[in-house]
Design a protein around this ligand. Structure first.
Ligand SMILES: [Zn+2]
Length: 366
């Protein structure tokens, strides 16, 4: 590579990344959704399918939510090889964006086939991907909080009946309004008692900061997914900045994006900036890759171009992502060393550093 020949766009694609908040079915390609419909004789026009993808919003005139897309997709996936296909395609797309590690959520209580059958298919895909590319993927079975707490316990029991080294912990997602995380304490307790790590979507959709507090203090999660309304309680925000609990944040897709459609408004007032300024441990992630029309490269690009973080901030967030992941400490130490030197080497070959207005600039270091 010539010295100083790398564009910023290439840089965002090439530096090593870990995505710790990735819903497996959010990464289903449009053509894959259509081919599942065809395979199982489900009536689905291309235009109907496009309604689930934000990239086609201008064409369809509407967008169904990410949750609706996931619910629909689980009904379309009826054989283990469907899960194998989705995970290998997810890996291909992520690999092209410099992603080296993914912890991916899937919802065992939503599948039409058994936990064991899906898990085996995912494990096979993970082995094949790692053999081919070196990329590492691990699994987080996730509670569908729109279903009952008993179904959540059932999910953990399945994990205990069919344990596998690639299954690192549990999460919870779907609509939070009537289902705060404490309703599911029993599933979390059972998972924790058996050595699983814990994370939870809390205070998504602008819901009260109390949900984050409940997740951390009562359920004792290792991480929080989203958690933006923590900014409404500065005292608690500073406490979590001090103790360093990781928050996965989604710069390219949040409730706030919809609330504040005016670009200038939402990037300046967005809680991600406030969380970073308070010194919280944040990690940018993609959430629902194809459904929300984003990528890991785009995610970090948005952090710079829309949110005003410098490249040193991205390096810090990359480091955060390694520390916050659930791989063994020895591997994390190796990644810290090699990813940082790769980041620095690529940065030295940039044609130019991003230009960020002084009034907007954030130099995030921890
Ligand atoms: Zn999510």
């Amino acid at each position: 590579m010539n010295r100083r020949s790398l564009t910023l766009n290439d840089f965002y694609h090439q530096f090593p990344k870990a995505d710790l908040h990735y819903h497996l079915l959010g990464g289903v390609r449009l053509e894959t959704m259509l081919s599942f419909a065809e395979k199982y004789d489900v009536e689905l026009s291309e235009l109907e399918a496009k309604c689930y993808y934000r990239a086609h919003q201008h064409e369809t005139g509407k967008i169904k939510g990410g949750i609706e897309a996931l619910t629909f997709l689980y009904q379309l996936m009826r054989e283990p090889q469907d899960y194998y296909r989705v995970l290998t395609e997810v890996a291909q797309d992520a690999y092209a964006c410099g992603v080296r590690y993914i912890e991916t959520f899937w919802n065992p209580s939503d599948t039409l086939i058994s936990y064991h059958a899906v898990n085996q298919a995912l494990v096979k895909a993970i082995d094949d991907v790692e053999l081919e590319t070196g990329m590492v993927i691990r699994l987080i079975p996730s509670i569908n909080r729109e279903k009952s707490p008993e179904q959540a316990v059932e999910m953990v029991r399945d994990m205990l009946t069919y344990p596998h080294d690639y299954v690192l912990g549990i999460g919870i997602d779907y609509k939070e309004h009537d289902a705060p995380v404490d309703h599911f304490w029993k599933a979390y307790r059972l998972a924790s008692d058996h050595g699983y790590r814990l994370t939870a979507h809390c205070s998504e959709f602008g819901l009260h900061w109390r949900n984050v507090e409940t997740g951390i203090e009562l359920i004792q999660t290792d991480r929080i997914d989203h958690g933006y309304t923590i900014v409404d309680n500065p005292e608690l925000m500073h406490k979590y900045a001090q103790n360093g609990i990781p928050f996965t944040v989604i710069p390219s897709n949040t409730y706030y994006f919809r609330q504040w459609p005016e670009h200038k408004d939402w990037c300046e007032k967005h809680p991600i900036r406030t969380m970073a300024k308070a010194g919280m441990n944040i990690i940018p992630c993609t959430d629902d890759w194809h459904i929300h029309n984003t990528t890991s490269a785009n995610c970090y690009r948005v952090m710079v171009e829309d949110f005003g973080f410098d490249l040193g901030s991205l390096r810090q967030m990359m480091i955060n992502s390694i520390h916050a992941c659930w791989m063994p400490e020895k591997i994390k130490q190796q990644w810290l060393q090699s990813w940082c030197s790769e980041f620095d080497m690529l940065r030295q070959t940039l044609t130019a550093e991003p230009q960020i207005a002084a009034s907007q600039l954030i130099e995030y270091r921890r």
